[in-house]
Structure formats: structure tokens, C-alpha cells
Ligand binder design. Structure first.
Ligand code: UDX
Ligand code: UDX
Length: 480
């Protein structure tokens, strides 16, 4: 039987739910899309008239919101109402790593997914297709299904005739290019059993995606494919970062090595940029999920293999802060370091698992005074991440003491005139505006000997030729 979808509800208005629903609404004008979230502040921001205040920064998102909001795209806290009117519900809530109990530090905490499934069970009417969008450990769809099917046991409505199908439809969008990735996906993956439910979801995507790119799998393959894709990508970043360290030690240049191997069509040229270590909400969490699953099924060697990708990444972040300390004569006490970029990559305001967090914490611990610039990340977020107030928010009488000991941070709103008396500049995010800094001017303001550490290869070394800045670049051993 052909199921026609007219009314969608998405639970979770986050980095995944918000942009995904915006693109579905934009490409399917005949479908009503309601995005619900328990967080009132977040929904208010999605509804703000000033599009600069949307809770998520993604290039192109504001244009779509302008076109669709209050036409066929709505943001609300009324979870119950929009679950009950939907014929398809996406679950797009967060699945953080468990902090305690079985699988602590590795397994995903499914409490929000479970809570969402219970809400769906309680309020859905008629036939509803439930689509899991959150990245989840394999076999989560089973949990969702069980909760939905158990509805009959606890429903107090005698004639409750609601029925469900569960599909897995993992999201592969990368932050910063989310809208582009959603509009031009490499593939759309739909895992499930019921042919009609799969067809209903396929028909939505067919409005803008070629059928050749829409893959159908069984539900477990779909869930595992998402974890595997992220694990492979993260592993590539750790691989190139490991070679970067070797380049620095041996006199090779990681950019040249990456280019050379990228020409091999079996390897390919993407995802070979050495950097300060991978971040973002998915990579570490998904690998740790794979590690947990492998351990659970007694595959210790498989678990160890994937775990090493994460432990290497952490080592690599510490390596960068250690080498900065070493170059600055082994002590950072009272030294001014300007940090350029805090987001886990450019074109996003997201800082989750950003390498900048660990590196900045280490530098502060060594006594440095950090002046952090990021075009999209505010001081409240940095403060939460570093678990430390910015210097300008510290009590007056405390300030002098802290200034003497070092080990503090503040933000700067622009890179203009930011480098006065700085001992070092550290690039941690590849924002393109850092390419245009006037290095001759920066050099004239800095304390000597001055250093520029570029962990993202954004600075063109030829632009430093007439300055007296010492330059360190990730994976660059050419100068040894
Ligand atoms: C999340 C997961 O982290 C990721 O693994 C998955 O692939 C997609 O969903 P993201 O959208 O980046 O990613 O998370 P986040 O920005 O934290 O958004 C989740 C939203 O769900 C939050 O706004 C939260 O308030 C909301 N939520 C959570 C609910 O509305 N109800 C709940 O019960 C729990
Ligand atoms: C990732 C996946 O790409 C996406 O498909 C999935 O749905 C969610 O997780 P995201 O975390 O948004 O997306 O960012 P991504 O572009 O994959 O980058 C992850 C991290 O790796 C960033 O910290 C980035 O700076 C780093 N990276 C990426 C490198 O250091 N070098 C590279 O060559 C590529």
C-alpha cells in the first residue's frame, strides 16, 4: 500500500535535526514539517526574526529558514501536539557517551532516544513511520521498536489502533557544509524491513536526490554503516597526523606526502589534511561505540584497533601543546599567546570535542595568557569548554594575583591590533580570514623572539619572508 507523507515531526532541533528538516521543507513544499525540542531557548532562537540569532550557524541555512519558516516549516516546544499529528517522525536527539554504569566512557547513552520513543508511543495516532536519525549503536532500532510495540500494554485507550514502522536513516552531513551535503548527498541510506515504509521515505528524498543514490539495506547494516563511515574518516585523520609527526622528525613535508598518496585513486585526495587532531560531536563517540560493541562481542583485537585511533588523537593534541612550550624555552609563565580559532573546524560555531579545548587547557596549565579569537564562537561557550571564567570576568582584587602567576584567558573580537607584545600566535581553526593577516605588521608588534604556530596549514610561508617571525607548521620537517 502506498503511504503518502503529508506531515512530518522531528524531535530534536539540533545541528542535525534543524538543517535536515529545513532542507526537507524547502524541497517538499507539500509536506508540513514541525521541528520540536524540549529546550525552549533553542526553539525561541530558531523562531527569532533576526536570522543572525539562529542557534546554529551553517552557510545557506538562513536563506532556507527565510523561505520556509512559518510556511511549511515550524519550530515549537509542543512535542505532544506535533507527534500526534505526524505520519512520519524523525528522532534526532543527542546520544552522548555514557558517563557511568555499564559501558561508561564508551557506549552511547540512549536515554534521550528512549524518552523520545516513549513520547512517540504515548502520543502518536494512526500509522506512524519512526525514523532514527541520531547516530546510535547498532540494534537501537530494536529498542525503539520494542518501546513502540509495548504501547498496547500500557495504553489506557481501549480502541488504540496506532501502528508503527521503524526505519534507520543515518545522517552523513558534515557541519559547516551541512546544507550543501543535504542538498547534494553522496548517498542516502535507508535501513528497514517494511517495503511501504521504505518507499514512503524514499519518495521524500526523490524530490531532489537521484534514485541511484538512495540505498536500501537491512536496519543493522544501516546503523553499522554510519559508525563505520565516521570511524574510517577519523582513522584517515589520525593516519595523516601520525605521518605529519614523522615528517617533522625526518625532513619531509606532510602536504607533499598527502598530495602524492592522494593521486592514487584507491586512496583518493580527500580527508588528508594534517591538523591539530579531529574533533566534532561524532568521530570520537562513534569510534568508542565501535570499541564497546567489539568488546561486547568478544572481539578484543578489533576493539584495540579502533581504540588506538582515539588514543592517538589525544596524544597528538598533547604533542602540539608540548612542542609550543618547548619552542618558548620550556616555560609559558606570563607569556602572551594569541589563539586563532576555537571551533572544531571552520564555518561552524560548534566546539564539541574541538582540539582547541585540550590544547588551550594545557597552555593555560603551563601559565600562558591566552587571547582567543573565533569569528563564530562566543566567550560563554569557551568558558564552558575550558571550565574557567575569562580574565575580564574575574573579580578585581583577584586579577592582579592571576596576572602575576599567568594561566588565564580572554577573548578578542578582532585580529586587528591583537598581536601587541604577543610571544606567539597559534592557529587552531582554518578560518579563511586568517589567510589575510598582515604578518609584517603583526611582527612589528610582537615581543621577540616571536613565534607563529600553524596547526592547520592556512598561512602561506612566503608571506612571512620579510618578517622576523619564527614559523612552525604542522608536518613540516623541511627546516630541520
Ligand atoms: C545529535 C546526536 O549527537 C548525533 O549523534 C546524531 O547523529 C544526531 O543528533 P546534534 O543534532 O548535533 O546531534 O545534537 P544537538 O545539537 O545536541 O541536538 C539535539 C537536540 O535534541 C537538543 O536541542 C535537545 O534539546 C533535543 N532533545 C533532547 C529533545 O528535544 N528531547 C529529548 O528528549 C532530548
Ligand atoms: C563528520 C562526518 O564527516 C559526517 O559525515 C558525519 O555525519 C558527522 O561527522 P563533522 O564532524 O561535521 O562530520 O566534520 P568533518 O568535516 O568530518 O571533520 C571532523 C574533524 O576532522 C574536524 O575536527 C576536522 O577539522 C578534522 N579533519 C577533517 C582534519 O583534521 N583533516 C581532514 O582532512 C578532514
Amino acid at each position: 500500500m502506498e503511504i503518502s507523507i503529508r506531515n512530518i515531526c522531528c524531535i530534536g532541533a539540533g545541528y542535525v535535526g534543524g538543517p535536515t528538516m529545513a532542507v526537507i521543507a524547502d524541497r517538499c513544499p507539500n509536506i508540513l514539517v514541525n521541528v520540536v525540542d524540549v529546550n525552549k531557548e533553542r526553539i525561541d532562537l530558531w523562531n527569532s526574526s533576526n536570522l543572525d540569532n539562529l542557534p546554529i550557524y551553517e552557510p545557506g541555512l538562513d536563506e532556507i529558514i527565510k523561505r520556509c519558516r512559518d510556511k511549511n516549516l515550524f519550530f515549537s516546544n509542543d512535542v505532544e501536539k506535533f507527534i500526534s499529528s505526524a505520519d512520519m517522525i524523525f528522532i534526532s536527539v543527542n546520544t552522548p557517551t555514557k558517563k557511568k554504569g555499564i559501558g561508561a566512557g564508551k557506549a552511547s547513552d540512549l536515554k534521550w532516544v528512549e524518552a523520545s520513543a516513549r513520547q512517540v508511543a504515548a502520543f502518536a495516532t494512526g500509522h506512524t513511520i519512526v525514523v532514527e536519525k541520531s547516530t546510535l549503536p547498532v540494534r537501537t532500532a530494536e529498542v525503539i521498536k520494542e518501546i513502540l510495540l509495548s504501547k498496547k500494554d500500557f495504553s489506557d485507550q481501549e480502541n488504540d489502533s496506532s501502528t508503527f514502522d521503524v526505519l534507520s536513516n543515518p545522517e552523513f552531513l558534515a557541519e559547516g557544509t551541512a546544507i550543501h551535503d543535504l542538498e547534494n548527498p553522496d548517498r542516502v541510506l535507508i535501513g528497514g524491513e517494511d517495503k511501504d515504509a521504505i518507499k514512503a521515505l524514499t519518495n521524500i528524498y526523490k524530490n531532489w536526490v537521484s534514485p541511484k543514490k538512495i540505498l536500501e539495506t537491512n536496519i543493522w547494516s544501516s546503523e553499522l554503516a554510519k559508525l563505520t563511515a565516521n570511524a574510517f574518516l577519523a582513522q584517515r585523520v589520525s593516519s595523516i597526523n601520525s605521518i605529519g609527526a614523522l615528517c617533522e622528525a625526518t625532513g619531509a613535508d606532510v602536504r607533499e606526502v598527502a598530495k602524492a598518496i592522494g593521486f592514487d585513486s584507491r586512496i583518493g585526495s580527500k580527508f588528508l589534511d594534517a591538523g591539530p587532531g579531529f574533533g566534532g560531536s561524532c568521530f570520537k563517540k562513534d569510534i568508542l561505540n565501535l570499541v564497546y560493541l567489539s568488546e561486547y562481542f568478544g572481539l578484543k583485537e578489533v576493539a584495540d584497533f579502533w581504540n588506538s585511533v582515539v588514543t592517538f588523537n589525544t596524544w597528538h593534541q598533547h604533542r602540539i601543546s608540548r612542542l609550543i612550550t618547548k619552542k618558548l624555552f620550556g616555560t609559558l609563565s606570563g607569556k602572551k599567546i594569541v589563539v586563532l580559532g576555537f571551533a572544531f573546524k571552520s564555518n561552524t560555531n560548534d566546539t564539541r570535542e574541538s582540539a582547541a579545548i585540550q590544547i588551550c587547557k594545557n597552555l593555560i596549565e603551563e601559565g600562558a595568557a591566552l587571547f582567543i579569537h573565533d569569528p563564530k564562537v562566543n566567550h560563554q561557550q569557551i568558558s564552558r569548554d575550558l571550565n574557567l571564567k575569562p580574565f575580564s570576568f574575574i573579580e578585581k582584587n583577584e586579577k592582579e594575583k592571576i596576572k602575576n602567576h599567568g594561566g588565564y584567558w580572554d577573548t578578542i573580537s578582532s585580529t586587528k591590533n591583537a598581536f601587541k607584545d604577543a610571544d606567539a600566535i597559534l592557529v587552531l581553526t582554518e578560518w579563511s580570514e586568517y589567510k589575510n593577516i598582515d604578518w609584517a605588521n603583526a611582527s612589528s608588534q610582537m615581543r621577540k623572539p616571536s613565534w607563529l604556530f600553524d596547526s592547520r596549514s592556512v598561512i602561506d610561508p612566503t608571506k612571512l619572508e620579510n618578517t622576523d617571525i619564527n614559523f612552525w607548521r604542522i608536518g613540516d620537517g623541511l627546516k630541520i
